[in-house]
Design a protein around this ligand. Structure first.
Ligand code: DMJ
Length: 636
């Protein structure tokens, strides 16, 4: 019979033998026997070799390992000393070798034992074991991700007046309750329709985002709103936001974001939430995010790019900015948050980055003592000579003053830079209109544009805040200037149909604080006018500021409130306005917070202890006279 022979020789299939070969069965059996013999011989030779190698190969313990990246190279420490010269050392070496051999033997036996046990197990048992090990690794990885690295402990600054602030007057209390109700409506709507998105479309009732957040869902409204919720005593909502942040806020995303916006809203918001609540998670997230912003500073001058990709670290500037420039109000509005980051982490990098910007600016020539809004980060030269206390320039001046306040007035360099800048602004940009309204215009290539933006209205509050400590005892003058700006901005509201301020207004050709162009007539829930009312109220207690604030609150509630939240309006001069369908995150961070503070007593967030960043996130005053910031000595 010609049986097909399939011999398991070295695992290879042997082709079916020819009928001729089938007639030599004895020969085949002999072949199998000799093959087995050869195999046995090879195996025993191999075992002998291993055994010999184990005892006679050079001892690795006498070699230093040099990791050259590609492979390990063994280099002897030194030639072994002849035993007759150092007999004790020779004995020591032998003992060392012996104990090493014992250890290897034990390890070897244990490994063999484990292998044997494994072989005894069934396939299913092995599979189950592998599965358990796999899940353990996944769990461990998860835990590693979740458990944040602890940061070094630092003295916690004094945290005072973070809640209550109940006003004694019942009518004021009623107004404050109304503001809290508006906050609840804005938050609940976002919670219901836009949760996790950056912002809310209150009419479409869905999430919204803009390019400043890089179109990734980073929950900007949650982060921006946290401290307002906390101050207003909305603790369940705060907890809800905190949970979202713990579980979802992740910065390892491929998103190109605005360095400035992310700093003022996210880092500022997280730091404030940390200081108010003491919850570590906010500090850890702020630091994680700040790390992602640092590559933006990798420019030839150290002036950061406007945008950075959080994943790749690649930065660039806005296409619309003059000559590829970075923007003064963007790279000049990092100081407060970055000083706090260094304070909390002990990492000098943050502080050094912002101090480098300050030093670089100090060395530059300034046309008429003014700071142009554009600076090229490659060449270190100014772009277009356009100076503004509104958009593109505003918070640069604000942060000079606040750097001084936040340092417990020890950063006198910042105060001096602020004073000099304000002096030039007063000389060249501040004028009185024919109708007697004080306004701050914009300087464009040697020409004053008699136009003021809604954004510029924050300056009233800034002048009042900086009055104390101004040079030549001009405190009264600056408080008066703050009052005049507040009045002008109130007029810009009062001269509209909706009693809400336009984006920009003119003081030209008979026009007094009114918008002309259609694209300047919108109101997008901005805070600056109310912000100035609040500072003026704190410094003067003139009841008109509460009155003006209440007018604005009522107008917002009447014209901007919809069932799905609050929306901006496109034309404040139209009795039948259309909505822009965006609930801006700064409405919850700033507008409603400043209104709430306006109707609270002064012991809520006292200005001696807190400094508000440009997005209204409060940061505590650091007593830097008693504390040296890491990296600060190297700078001086
Ligand atoms: C806010 O994001 C900040 O106040 C910023 O400084 C400029 N203005 C917007 C709101 O109007």
């Amino acid at each position: 019979m010609t049986t097909p022979a399939l011999l398991p020789l070295s695992g290879r299939r042997i082709p079916t033998l020819s009928p001729g070969a089938a007639s030599f069965p004895h020969h085949r059996a002999t072949l199998r026997l000799s093959e087995k013999f050869i195999l046995l011989l090879i195996l025993s030779a191999f075992i002998t070799l291993c055994f010999g190698a184990f005892f006679f190969l050079p001892d690795n313990s006498k070699h230093k390992r040099f990791d050259l990246g590609l492979e390990d190279v063994l280099i002897p420490h030194s030639a072994p000393s002849p035993p007759d010269h150092k007999p004790q050392r020779g004995r020591d070496l032998m003992e060392e070798e012996e104990s090493l051999r014992d250890k290897i033997r034990v390890d070897h036996e244990r490994a063999l034992q484990e292998a044997k046990e494994k072989l005894r197990k069934s396939r299913d048992e092995l599979r189950a074991e592998i599965q358990t090990e796999k899940s353990k690794v996944v769990e461990d990885l998860k835990k590693k991700k979740e458990v944040p690295k602890p940061l070094p402990p630092v003295p916690m600054p004094k945290v005072v007046g973070v809640n209550d602030g109940d006003p004694v007057e019942p009518d004021v209390k009623e107004k404050r309750d109304k503001i809290r109700e508006m906050m609840k409506h804005a938050w609940d709507s976002y919670r219901q329709y836009g949760w996790g998105h950056n912002e809310l479309k209150p009419l479409a009732k869905k999430g919204h985002s803009t390019n400043i957040f890089g179109n990734s869902q980073m929950g900007a409204t949650i982060v921006d709103a946290l401290d307002s919720l906390y101050m207003m005593g909305l603790h369940d909502e705060f907890k809800d936001g905190q949970e979202w942040i713990e579980q979802n806020l992740d910065f390892s995303v491929n998103a190109e974001v605005s360095v400035f916006e992310v700093n003022i809203r996210f880092i500022g918001g997280l730091l404030a939430a940390y200081y108010l609540s003491g919850q570590e998670v906010f500090k850890v997230k702020a630091v994680q995010l700040a790390e992602k912003l640092l590559p933006a500073f990798n420019t030839p001058t150290g002036i950061p790019w406007a945008m950075v990709n959080l994943k790749s670290g690649v930065g660039r500037n806005w296409g619309w900015a003059s000559a590829g420039s970075s923007i003064l109000a963007e790279f000049g509005t990092l100081h407060m948050e970055f000083v706090h980051l260094t304070y909390l982490t002990g990492n000098p990098a943050y502080y050094q980055k912002v101090m480098h910007i300050r030093k670089l600016l100090a060395k530059m020539d300034r046309p008429n003592g003014l700071y142009p809004n554009y600076l090229n980060p490659r060449t270190g030269r100014w772009g277009q000579h356009h100076t503004s206390v509104g958009g593109l320039g505003d918070s640069f001046y604000e942060y000079l003053l606040k750097a001084w306040l936040m340092s417990d007035k020890t950063d006198t360099e910042a105060r001096k830079t602020y004073d000099d800048a304000i002096e030039a602004i007063e000389r060249h940009l501040i004028r009185k209109s024919n109708g007697g309204l004080t306004f701050i215009g914009e300087w464009k290539n040697g020409h004053l544009e008699r136009k003021m933006g809604h954004l510029t209205c924050f300056a009233g509050g800034m002048f009042a805040l900086g009055a104390d400590g101004s040079p030549d005892d001009k405190a009264g003058h600056y408080l008066q200037l703050g009052a005049e700006i507040a009045h002008t901005c109130h007029e810009s509201y009062d001269r509209t149909v909706l009693k809400l301020g336009p984006e920009a207004f003119k003081f030209d050709s008979g026009l007094e604080a009114v918008a002309v162009r259609q694209n300047e007539k919108y109101y997008i829930l901005r805070p600056e006018v109310i912000e100035t009312y609040w500072y003026m109220w704190r410094f003067t207690h003139d009841p008109k500021y509460r009155q003006w604030g209440w007018e604005a609150a009522q107008a917002i509630d009447k014209y901007c409130r919809v069932s799905g939240g609050f929306s901006g309006v496109k034309d404040v001069y139209s009795s039948n306005p259309t909505y822009d369908d965006v609930q801006q995150s700064f409405f919850l961070a700033e507008t409603l917070k400043y209104l709430y503070l306006l109707f609270s007593s002064d012991d809520l967030m006292p200005l001696e202890s807190w400094v508000f960043n440009t997005e209204a996130h409060p940061l505590p005053v650091l007593h830097l006279a008693n504390f040296t910031l890491p990296g600060s000595q190297a700078q001086r």
